[in-house]
Write a protein that binds this ligand. Structure first.
Ligand SMILES: Cc1cc2nc3c(=O)[nH]c(=O)nc-3n(C[C@H](O)[C@H](O)[C@H](O)COP(=O)(O)OP(=O)(O)OC[C@H]3O[C@@H](n4cnc5c(N)ncnc54)[C@H](O)[C@@H]3O)c2cc1C
Length: 498
């Protein structure tokens, strides 16, 4: 049976990270959740170390958190979006506590809050030091398992969104089956793993974004790819690079080179620290994080392995003892600010399509995400999407099986992406990348997303936030790019029907 009639008309949520689970839990009706592995597996949400940013400290305020977010975003944040999502932080923490998330406490009724780079206050709520994502996800997974109205299809992913006359009519799955529905909620995560050196799970290659774009939805801010300054610099045989959280630098870890000298301010925003490391490495230096217990005001006050047990285990796995040794680090792709353009309800430009979490682009992060704002966004926007779907009319379904679309490829372009659209970019590199990927975009999802990144980065002839053009300076005009595939000349190559 090609059509899953049992689920006809149900909202279909593609992705079971924090955004997808938040959406599922806040819906008031039966829904289907698609997930490539078991719940939570292969989700960036599960890997989050630092934690969840929210202005809940006694010395903090929403306006300070908003100001820090706007400063990191380098002129491109949407202020209304920032105020709304940041403003929802305290209520999100409240809900998560109610759902059983065991945020680490300081005393009986105060949360222990970490400081992270570019935050003016300690405001990162965390679970077991560096186990924040897993701690939050485990609590939500337990909630989902208790709700029979949420049907989880393990090992199933969304392949295509079927749209007719600008409206979603159903989704095609990797199993070859079709679910007729007017409500598709994309929560399929980011596109970091398109790049060779990335901290993101291997399944985060932007395929949900490709499906939305092929169905005609607008993308936005695609050129802004965030590099985390401190991934563990080890050989992983193609697997993602382990992350050394910003919280380590917040706790006093310092960046040094092979001579033991510091060469940059560790607590600047991510893009600045990443560029400083990339520049230093390009001059032939090796870069390390010194997170040994401080003896002269330098280093951590508490022993690393007690403060960051998960990261310590990752280091030990590669034979590095962070309590006693320097940790080799390099920048790696970590987050994609761009994605499916949405409004504050998570509505995409295609009717019946919502997007939340890293696959979406609300305008919260602008040109550069402030650390730990993404779990907050994933949770809050998952909730907003669900509330919007709850308020939309339930339509009856008359959609017959549409023609089966062609299967898209997903080849590996990691090395080309890093070379052409890495930390330091220029017209020649971006042009070469775009010319290479565009002809492949019609039949390959990775080529499509990579080509969209290259095209937007070529168009932005300025340096701003995470997008650094060595051939263009920052300009006074802060402008965001929203586009469909047609706008960038890719539409004619992207038909999903043979
Ligand atoms: C190592 C690491 C540490 C991080 N630390 C922090 C932190 O401390 N604080 C913070 O705020 N942010 C952090 N981030 C970023 C943050 O984790 C993510 O932005 C956030 O979790 C994204 O949530 P999500 O639900 O949108 O996506 P994800 O959690 O990635 O979930 C998306 C899911 O969708 C699945 N999927 C993909 N394609 C499809 C498809 N076609 N159909 C169905 N399912 C699909 C994916 O496999 C995945 O399981 C970190 C990221 C990484 C990689």
């Amino acid at each position: 049976m090609m059509t899953l009639t049992r689920f006809a008309g149900w909202p279909v949520i593609a992705g079971a990270g924090l955004a997808g689970l938040s959406a599922a839990l806040h819906l008031d009706r039966p829904c289907v959740v698609l997930t490539p592995g078991a719940l939570g597996e292969e989700a960036a949400s599960m890997l989050a170390q630092g934690g969840f940013a929210a202005a809940v400290g006694h010395d903090d305020s929403i306006s300070l958190h908003v100001a820090d977010t706007l400063a990191a975003g380098d002129g491109l944040c949407d202020r209304k979006v920032v105020e709304t999502i940041i403003g929802a932080g305290p209520s999100a923490i409240h809900t998560l506590l109610g759902w059983g998330v065991a945020f680490t406490r300081k005393g009986s009724d105060t949360l222990d809050l970490h400081l992270e780079a570019a935050h003016s206050r300690a405001r990162i709520a965390h679970v077991r030091g560096d186990g924040s994502g897993a701690g939050i996800m485990q609590a939500l997974i337990a909630q989902v398992r208790n709700l029979p109205r949420i049907v989880v299809l393990d090992g199933v992913t969304l392949e295509h969104i079927h749209a007719v006359d600008g409206r979603v009519r159903g989704v095609w799955l990797n199993t070859g089956q079709f679910i007729p529905t007017n409500s598709c909620i994309l929560a399929s995560g980011g596109a970091g793993a398109l790049y060779a050196g990335a901290t993101s799970p291997n399944s985060n290659t932007g395929r949900g974004m490709a499906a939305a774009a092929r169905a005609g939805a607008q993308l936005a801010d695609m050129e802004f790819v965030q590099f985390h300054p401190t991934a563990l610099n080890v050989e992983t045989g193609g697997a993602r690079l382990p992350l050394i959280s910003e919280a380590v630098r917040g706790a006093g870890g310092v960046l040094v080179d092979e001579t033991g000298e510091r060469f940059t301010d560790e607590l600047q925003s991510r893009d600045r620290v990443s560029r400083a490391i990339a520049g230093h490495r390009s001059e032939g230096h090796q870069v390390f994080l010194d997170a040994r217990t401080g003896k002269s005001g330098k280093g951590l006050k508490r022993v690393f392995s007690r403060q960051f047990p998960g990261i310590a285990l990752s280091c030990l796995h590669y034979g590095i003892d962070p309590d006693r040794e320097l940790i080799p680090v390099r920048p790696a792709v970590h987050y994609h600010m761009g994605g499916v353009a949405t409004d504050l309800h998570g509505r995409a430009s295609l009717s019946g399509l919502w997007a939340c979490g890293e696959v979406a682009c609300t305008g919260l992060h602008g040109a550069n995400r402030l650390a730990s704002n993404s779990l907050l966004e994933a949770f809050v926007m998952g909730r907003s999407v669900a509330w919007d779907v709850n308020n939309s009319p339930r339509e009856r379904h008359s959609c017959q099986d549409p023609d089966r679309p062609v299967r898209m490829g997903a080849a590996s372009f990691g090395v080309q992406m890093e070379k052409g659209a890495g930390i330091l970019r220029d017209q020649d590199g971006l042009g070469a990348l775009s010319s290479y990927l565009a002809p492949l975009a019609g039949r390959d999802d990775h080529a499509l997303v990579g080509a969209a990144i290259a095209s937007a980065a070529l168009r932005r002839c300025e340096s701003r936030g995470s997008h650094w053009r060595i051939d263009c300076q920052m300009t006074a005009r802060a402008e965001r790019f929203h586009f469909t595939l047609k706008d960038i000349g890719l539409q004619e190559r992207s038909s999903v029907y043979a």
